[in-house]
Design a binder for this molecule. Structure first.
Ligand code: HEM
Length: 258
């Protein structure tokens, strides 16, 4: 009952949002969930997603994220049991009063804006390829499955990608088609002048393998994914088109179920 919870909470160490915010990384990761604070540092390497998914919430009010590991899908009772073993305290304001999750989320935001101007500026300066929050907002969180999508221009289909999504992570990224002005890049020989462009596009695909879906925004800055991009300046295919094909695939929805 809520009475018993309140009594339990009184026995817990009081922790302020400011103290919480100091433990915001892999070396020490605290999270506030439903008014309680958990030190999940030791659990980070064991979480079944790329670490970035839960690292993002270190030092923060994370109730929303915890209750929606995917939109509308809470963690399992098993996960809840694990979480309780990392309990270290309860979230309180300066007056020692419990902080409701929504109020705590607001404190997170205001310390970014007012108390921590530099961090806020850094966020404002993020390139579109790095802004994970923007990426999530733009994509929503699509279902698991196999996807196919195309980019076409000037009456020609140029890019056709296929990939699998599992828990928001990309795998089996491949091109079903890659062509420009009648040149089929997948059919080129190593001696061909345009062969490096095909290699670069393969690198782009490899660079996305195992990454969260949000990584597709890096295709706008392909040098992030493919080391040797010399041929890019003069290239006829590029990351923007591959990005567009990914977005087409997501708009179409799952092509086939896993
Ligand atoms: C607060 C931020 C967190 C986010 C955004 C998050 C997100 C996720 C995601 C996306 C999955 C995989 C998808 C799925 O199973 O359907 C997952 C699974 C899981 N997570 Fe988290 N997680 C968070 C925190 C934690 C914490 C703190 C723990 C444990 C101390 C934890 C334990 C687990 C476990 C055991 C699973 C396996 C599936 C389950 O039992 O529900 N997670 N989480």
């Amino acid at each position: 009952s809520s009475e018993r919870d309140a009594a339990d909470d009184d026995a817990l160490d009081p922790i302020t949002p400011e103290a919480l915010a100091e433990h915001d990384g892999a070396e020490s990761c605290w999270k506030a969930i439903d008014g309680r604070v958990y030190d999940i540092t030791d659990y980070l390497p064991h979480h079944p997603t790329p670490e970035a998914v839960i690292l993002e919430w270190c030092g923060k009010e994370a109730s929303e994220a915890w209750h929606n590991k995917r939109p509308g899908v809470p963690h399992s009772p098993r996960a809840e049991g694990m979480l309780e073993s990392y309990l270290i305290g309860r979230l309180v304001d300066e007056a020692g009063e419990p902080v409701e999750p929504e109020a705590a989320a607001r404190i997170d935001e205001s310390t970014d804006e007012a108390g921590n101007g530099e961090a806020a500026d850094a966020t404002a300066r993020l390139s579109p390829a790095e802004d994970e929050r923007l990426h999530r907002a733009l994509l929503g969180l699509p279902l698991d499955g196999r996807y196919r999508g195309v980019f076409g221009d000037g009456g020609e289909m140029q890019v056709n990608v296929q990939f699998d999504l599992r828990d928001g992570v990309l795998s089996n990224v491949s091109y079903r088609h890659l062509a420009y002005r009648g040149v089929d890049y997948r059919a080129l020989d190593e001696e061909d002048d345009l062969y490096p462009v095909w290699v670069q596009h393969q690198r782009l695909a490899e660079g996305l393998e195992g990454q969260p879906l949000t990584a597709i925004f890096a295709l706008h800055e392909p040098e992030r994914l493919a080391e040797d991009i010399d041929g890019y300046s003069g290239a006829t295919l590029r990351g923007n088109k591959v990005h567009s094909a990914f977005r087409d695939a997501l708009n179409r929805g799952v092509y086939s179920w896993p």
